[in-house]
Design a protein around this ligand. Structure first.
Ligand SMILES: N[C@@H]1[C@@H](O)[C@H](O)[C@@H](COP(=O)(O)O)O[C@@H]1O
Length: 256
């Protein structure tokens, strides 16, 4: 696990944007795993300004609310269209998000997994983190081997996401999310976290025990993970100075 601490969210985001730009240049048919929420907003802004060629790329989003139509402003379909898809030259048939209106959710989840496999697996998965350590919508106690499936949101996540819906009551109880096992299959996981309210979840994910109570801690067993943090999100890490030194003195032969 590489932990990169930057003075600002913008600076941390630029590193993620450079990783994605580098991947698209090196591998035009790259498969990207994408995330929603306020954290990756700056990333999508930076990526659209970079005018990259997305024509050969494929994307898979982590999750979607059950029962929210794709054109509704609170859906993740809508979020992605507004913040990334309508600004870049991605082929619509290579954009994938779970279908929150699927009449048969288990078969829709199986199909999603099959589509990821058929695309050759995810090269780089962008992740945010919930205040309870969730990744995608894998809430605490999610199986660390889970695949794409329906999940029930915790009251804490529904409270955290109420800002997008106007009130907590309007936040759906159910979501479809890639599982932790699905995320762990990505070849590189890049987790962004900004602000003090993420500090505890980050410290537990990076330095705590691997536990389903903090689903992001499963990433400790992933061979290639990068955490990109601003100072407040890094504030509860015990080995902060070590991470800083390691990044600042990174040998030139080591890839970003
Ligand atoms: N499903 C998303 C997650 O993928 C995201 O990481 C999390 C944090 O959101 P934010 O970035 O708004 O803090 O929110 C939602 O629950």
């Amino acid at each position: 696990m590489e932990i990169i601490i930057q003075p600002t969210a913008e600076a941390a985001t630029s590193i993620a944007a450079r990783m994605i730009a580098g991947l698209l240049e090196e591998k035009p048919a790259a498969v990207l795993g994408l995330a929603t929420g306020s954290t990756p907003l700056k990333l999508y802004g930076q990526l659209t300004r970079m005018e990259l060629d997305w024509s050969g790329a494929t994307t898979f989003n982590l999750d979607e609310y059950v029962g929210v139509p794709p054109d509704h402003p609170t859906s993740y379909h809508h979020f992605m269209r507004e913040h990334l898809f309508r600004h870049v030259n991605l082929a619509p048939e290579r954009i994938h998000l779970p279908d929150g209106l699927a009449p048969d959710i288990p078969s829709c989840c199986r199909r999603y997994e099959a589509e990821i496999r058929a695309a050759g697996g995810i090269d780089l998965q962008v992740l945010g983190i919930g205040t309870d350590g969730h990744i995608g919508f894998n809430e605490p106690t999610s199986s660390l081997a889970s695949r794409t499936r329906i999940k029930t949101l915790t009251p804490q996540t529904r409270r955290d996401n109420a800002r997008f819906f106007g009130s907590e009551e309007q936040v759906p109880h159910h979501v479809i999310t890639m599982g932790i096992g699905t995320i762990m299959d990505a070849r590189h996981c890049v987790l962004l976290a900004f602000g003090e309210k993420k500090a505890r979840a980050i410290a537990q994910a990076a330095e705590g025990p691997i536990t389903a109570m903090n689903p992001a801690s499963a990433l400790q067993q992933h061979p290639r993970v990068t955490f990109l943090l601003d100072e407040p999100a890094a504030s509860e890490l015990k080995l902060k100075d070590y991470y800083r030194w390691a990044y600042e003195n990174k040998p030139a032969w080591q890839a970003i």
